[in-house]
Write a protein that binds this ligand. Structure first.
Ligand code: NAD
Ligand code: USQ
Length: 404
């Protein structure tokens, strides 16, 4: 592993767990293009959730096998594939022993807050899948690849919305005359976001106890779809979620504008979060890999480029839609979540910039191309999937079949 800043050694072997998903697929291709040896590990469970809930990506997506074949035929580059569940330690051990990664990028979790709030079994699944999966990855590193750098996808949602500035992972506090630098307080507000808090605690502990090197990327909400590599061929096209369970704010608003559905602002719309373009997701991960944490270090980066309230996003999409001749309306939907709707928000995000991130900020031209992209696929939209169907308050122990 190259310890010097910025110097990626091109023969580095990177295991991308969750490499069939939205962030993972774009990242796997980007790293492969940059000369890293890449292996994708994925259970394909995300495709199963879509079947079970009756959802589909806006974009047609090829099977992982066809995706990888297409990449090889276009670029000559091979991506290894391990289909299996990281909660199955035997499977994960075999993948580690066979691939021998220098870095593991771990995207492979159940990532939807609404999914984790459907019912008891989905809440339990989310925490088991995410927390046990990450624990297994930590054990695999300790057992088979001690020097391997873990790059773990966390979330800005771990911090919640405190009434003070959000720091990158740690805060220095003076209490009764003594001073210490401590983990920043966590106030997550879904069983999904809480699973990330539990992961962070387990990773921090194993860095201390076993000398694991880890970077927790507390990522904000991702938007966009095209990256240089996924746009090379339609078989490489990324997924694009717009439904009420897996769709995220800005991507949903663009699809809503394209089909003439009013933009679904939940509650007062003052909910403010950090956002980033998917082209910056892949850039940030590459930066983290090229500049590994030291042995025993638990590093935390806040991975977003700009912050917006939901109302601000709705206004931006309305303006961009009007330029394309769309009539964009907004509706206030009773908030299905329990969250602050008007609050202070100021989160630091300088560490990735210091390491060389060149952000793609949300611009008129990006919104324009994202809207045109959603218009291109608008006949595939199932408008029944747009309104939220999961309530934070009403969830219970009873198994629930979600129907639009
Ligand atoms: P996604 O659902 O599109 O992809 C996740 C992938 O992980 C899927 O292909 C799924 O099959 C796989 N997976 C899940 N559990 C697994 C397991 N136990 N074993 C093997 N594979 C498993 O999600 P995404 O949007 O690409 O998110 C990737 C990561 O980034 C997640 O950890 C998520 O929490 C984080 N993140 C995403 C966003 C966002 O806006 N999309 C924002 C911040 C953080
Ligand atoms: N929201 C609306 N209308 C919508 C959708 C969302 O008002 O139609 C609001 C939500 O109430 C929330 C905010 O927009 O206040 C963001 O919601 P979201 O669904 O876009 O994102 P979230 O649930 O926070 O989750 C997503 C990813 C998750 C990741 C997280 C980063 O699904 O994997 O961890 O973004 S963060 O938000 O920083 O925690």
């Amino acid at each position: 592993i190259n310890e010097s800043s910025g110097g990626a050694s091109k023969s580095q072997r990177v295991m991308v767990i969750g490499g069939d998903g939205y962030c993972g697929w774009a990242t796997a291709l980007h790293l492969s293009k940059k000369g890293y040896e890449v292996a994708i590990v994925d259970s394909l469970v995300r495709r199963l959730f879509d079947h079970q809930l009756g959802l589909d990506s806006l974009t047609p997506i090829s099977s992982i096998h066809d995706r990888i074949r297409c990449w090889k035929s276009l670029t000559g580059k091979s991506i290894e594939l391990y289909i299996g569940d990281v909660c199955d330690f035997e499977f994960l051990s075999e993948a580690f022993k066979s691939f021998e990664p220098d870095s593991v990028v771990h995207f492979g979790e159940q990532r939807s807050a609404p999914y984790s709030m459907i019912d008891r079994s989905r809440a339990v699944f989310t925490q088991q899948n995410n927390v046990m999966g990450t624990l297994n990855v930590l054990f695999a590193i300790k057992e088979f690849r001690e020097e391997c750098h873990l790059v773990k996808l966390g979330t800005m949602g771990e911090y919640g919305t405190p009434n003070i500035d959000i720091e990158e992972g740690y805060i220095t506090i003076t209490h009764n005359g003594r001073t210490d630098t401590l983990p920043y307080p966590k106030q997550a507000s879904s069983f999904y976001h809480l699973s990330k808090v539990h992961d962070s605690n387990n990773i921090a502990f194993t860095c201390k106890a076993w000398g694991i090197r880890a970077t927790d990327l507390n990522q904000g909400v991702v938007y966009g779809v095209r990256t240089d590599e996924t746009e090379m061929h339609e078989e490489l096209c990324n997924r694009f979620d717009y439904d009420g369970v897996f769709g995220t704010a800005l991507n949903r608003f663009c699809v809503q504008a394209a089909v003439g559905h009013p933009l679904t602002v939940y509650g007062k719309g003052g909910q403010t979060r950090g956002y980033l373009d998917i082209r910056d997701t892949v850039q940030c991960v590459e930066i983290a890999i090229a500049n590994p944490a030291k042995a025993g270090e638990f590093r935390v980066f806040n991975q977003f480029t700009e912050q917006f309230s939901v109302n601000e996003l709705a206004a931006l999409v309305t303006k961009a839609g009007e330029k394309l001749g769309l009539d964009v309306q907004t509706t206030s939907v009773p908030n299905p979540r329990v969250e602050a709707e008007e609050h202070y928000y100021n989160a630091k995000h300088t560490k990735l910039i210091e390491l060389g991130l060149k952000p793609h900020l949300l611009s008129d031209s990006l919104l324009d191309s994202l809207l045109n992209f959603t218009i291109k696929y608008k006949d595939r939209v199932d408008t029944k999937q747009i309104m939220p169907s999961v309530s934070w308050r009403k969830m219970g122990a009873k198994p629930r079949t979600v129907t639009a």
